[in-house]
Design a binder for this molecule. Structure first.
Ligand code: ATP
Ligand code: MG
Length: 415
């Protein structure tokens, strides 16, 4: 990709109306554009990161045997009245009457919708277990939408729903999903703790949240430094300084960003929406359900919060918008054939290259490269001659390499 053709404009300064680190950096680097509080457009650089995150999520969901579907955002009031959540969620659900005076809303989550659909598909115990997921935009009226991508009013969610014949089968699948969530977070480059939290409007019992420790977080957690124990303070029976109930070490209070949340729903939704199955004796039972959410956009904002320095963002390898950022400091707006050859070689090994061909000041190009935060930076200039300077974002040293060594090293870095 040629920088000169990229649909982007980086800013010299972060936008004045943003206070969160993720929004300031993402907007300054032209990854996203704020449309109004809590509502962001993703531009090519940002959308590539979001897609990379979604790809990792899809791979892990598919590996669980879950099938991808796509449900609508627009909802009828009648459906949500069946579970009383039309009223229960009225503070956060966008609800309005349409042109024919019919009351409709925008989905905050999809338990009602999926249970309604499953009621028509699940008939016998032979149809179970079943798991489906989607990646789709949710809408919630968030009163304080000041955390950039971490708290959107319109935001993407991956929501997985599973249906089981009994609680035991549900529990087993729930643990498999928890493991898949662990894979997702470590693959995209964040450390997430699985912690006990409240069930909210979904479940009377506990849920499990996946929390990334960050001062940008809005949740308070009680953690064992050894990782033996973690709870959201909303449910915690322990406080800062108490001994860990598992290992006796001192518990500490930290702030966290909730990147995922998984819930055992029991039969709450299946009973109300008729999602039942008949067992081998012909007796009907409501299916046992669970739901599992991850916010890809929030995850992207979280990555920025935990992976940046004073010059800009530092993308983990698995989600970087491009693999290589090449600053050609001699560029006159064209790509020299010998550079085009190297780009081809990198692309043939599956690596994407953002080539700064702009006819601009070297300082601007290097500044933009730091801000954008692609892990590998190449520089060619008068000084480098036939060699290429390779720098890893976040590391202070750079090295001059022959083309051969540079290509080999970069390929190895991403292997
Ligand atoms: P919070 O307590 O932070 O408001 P929540 O518990 O209401 O979040 P869930 O209903 O559990 O959120 O949603 C599942 C996942 O969707 C969350 O773990 C988070 O990753 C993401 N998510 C929730 N709300 C938002 C939001 N306003 N903006 C971006 N992502 C969100
Ligand atoms: Mg939650």
């Amino acid at each position: 990709m040629l920088f000169s053709k990229l649909f982007v404009k980086t800013l010299r300064q972060p936008p004045k109306d943003e206070t969160s680190v993720n929004a300031r950096l993402l907007e300054q680097a032209g990854f996203v554009k704020k449309m109004m509080s809590g509502v962001y457009a993703y531009l090519p650089l940002g959308y590539r990161v979001l897609q990379n995150i979604m790809s990792v999520i899809r791979e892990e969901m598919n590996a669980l045997g879950a099938q991808e579907i796509y449900m609508p955002a627009l909802q009828s009031k009648e459906l949500w009245e069946k579970t009383n959540r039309w009223k229960e969620l009225s503070d956060i659900m966008y609800q309005f009457s349409d042109h024919s005076k019919r009351e409709v809303g925008l989905a905050t989550t999809h338990e009602e919708v999926i249970a309604y659909i499953a009621a028509n598909i699940i008939g016998s115990y032979r149809d179970l277990p079943m798991a489906v997921y989607q990646i789709q935009d949710k809408f919630r009226y968030e009163p304080r939408a000041k955390s950039g991508l971490i708290r959107g009013r319109e935001f993407s969610m991956k929501d997985l729903y599973s249906f089981h014949a009994d609680q035991n089968d549900c529990d087993i699948f729930y643990e498999r999903v928890a493991k898949a969530y662990g894979n997702i977070f470590s693959r995209v480059g964040v450390t997430a703790y699985k912690i006990e939290a409240s069930g909210g409007s979904f479940s009377k019992s506990f849920s499990h949240e996946f929390q990334v420790i960050s001062d940008a977080g809005e949740d308070k957690l009680i953690l064992c430094p050894k990782g033996d124990f973690a709870q959201n303070v909303e449910v915690a029976k322990h406080k800062d300084g108490d001994p860990c109930p598992v290992c006796g070490d001192t518990l500490t209070a930290v702030k966290g960003i909730e990147v995922g949340n998984i819930f055992k729903l029991g039969t709450k939704f299946s009973e109300k929406l008729g999602a039942s199955y008949v067992d081998s004796q012909g007796k009907a039972h409501p299916a046992v359900m669970a739901s599992y959410g991850i916010g890809p956009g929030r995850l992207m904002g979280t990555i920025v919060e935990v992976s940046h320095d004073d010059r800009g963002m530092i993308w983990p390898r698995a989600v970087t918008p491009y693999h290589v950022h090449w600053c050609d400091l001699l560029s006159d707006g064209t790509v020299p054939p010998k550079h085009a050859k190297i780009i081809n070689r990198l692309e043939e090994s599956g690596l994407s290259v953002l080539y700064d061909d702009r006819d601009g000041a070297p300082g601007v190009k290097l500044h933009d490269a730091d801000l954008i935060g692609i892990p590998v930076r190449l520089v060619t200039s008068k000084k480098t001659g036939d060699m290429i300077e390779v720098t890893y974002r976040g590391a202070s040293q750079s090295a001059l390499h022959s083309v051969e060594t540079a290509v080999k090293e970069i390929t190895k870095f991403y292997a």
